[in-house]
Design a binder for this molecule. Structure first.
Ligand code: SF4
Length: 203
């Protein structure tokens, strides 16, 4: 008999439910019991979801240094035990064979990515930001503005303004940043002269 993935899930779900009902417990009770076995005897560690600045509370169950399970913290004042789909699947991100553990670098023109050390990556980013900023920094720029002549007629003239900016770098903020971090980042990148500043907010 060939089973599609959907058929398999329906079949296995039905089997589990039938077994649970036969044993005199509801499907919800059976699921809770199964979860309890996985985390039995483990002390939860309180932590905060790192995905976004909502900062939902998470209980992390750890055994022998390995994350076993995560769930919403019912005592957390912000999330009160709830998590969105990203927070709820956090343990799958931690225990994932495809998770990147080191920065990756692809040199200009190269086809492949290679692992690099954090020290090298951070130095390289700082060096390139400084080089690009110095190379593209503009003290003055010309713009067309409308002016009124003494006779009341409006004309368009080109004027030069002090701008102290760079068009060579843009900055995109992360949804994991909170208000204070965003404030500090704004100060930093505006002090370099950046004007293209965006944020990936998802709240
Ligand atoms: S809303 Fe979702 S992603 Fe954001 S902190 Fe809460 S669980 Fe994490």
């Amino acid at each position: 008999m060939s089973l599609s993935r959907r058929d398999f899930l329906k079949f296995s779900g039905g089997t589990a439910l039938a077994g649970a009902v036969a044993a005199g417990v509801t499907a919800e009770e059976a699921a809770a019991e199964q979860k309890e076995l996985r985390i039995k005897g483990l002390t939860p560690v309180n932590t905060v979801c790192a995905y976004c600045s909502v900062g939902c509370g998470i209980l992390a169950y750890v055994k022998d240094g390995k994350l076993i399970d995560t769930e919403g913290d019912p005592d957390h004042p912000i999330s009160e035990g709830t998590l969105c789909s990203k927070g709820a699947s956090l343990s799958q991100v931690v225990n994932n064979p495809t998770r990147l553990m080191k920065p990756m670098y692809r040199a200009p023109g190269a086809a492949d990515w290679k692992e690099v050390e954090w020290d090298w990556a951070l130095d390289e980013i700082a060096k390139r930001v400084k080089d690009t900023r110095d190379r593209t920094f503009m003290v003055k720029s010309k713009s067309k503005v409308k002016e009124k002549a003494p006779d009341g007629k409006e004309t368009t003239v080109e004027k030069e303004f002090v701008v102290n900016r760079t068009d060579g770098i843009a900055h995109v903020g992360s949804a994991a940043l909170d208000n204070e971090e965003c404030y500090m980042l704004q100060k930093l990148v505006r002090s370099w002269g950046l004007v293209y500043i965006e944020h990936q907010a998802r709240i």
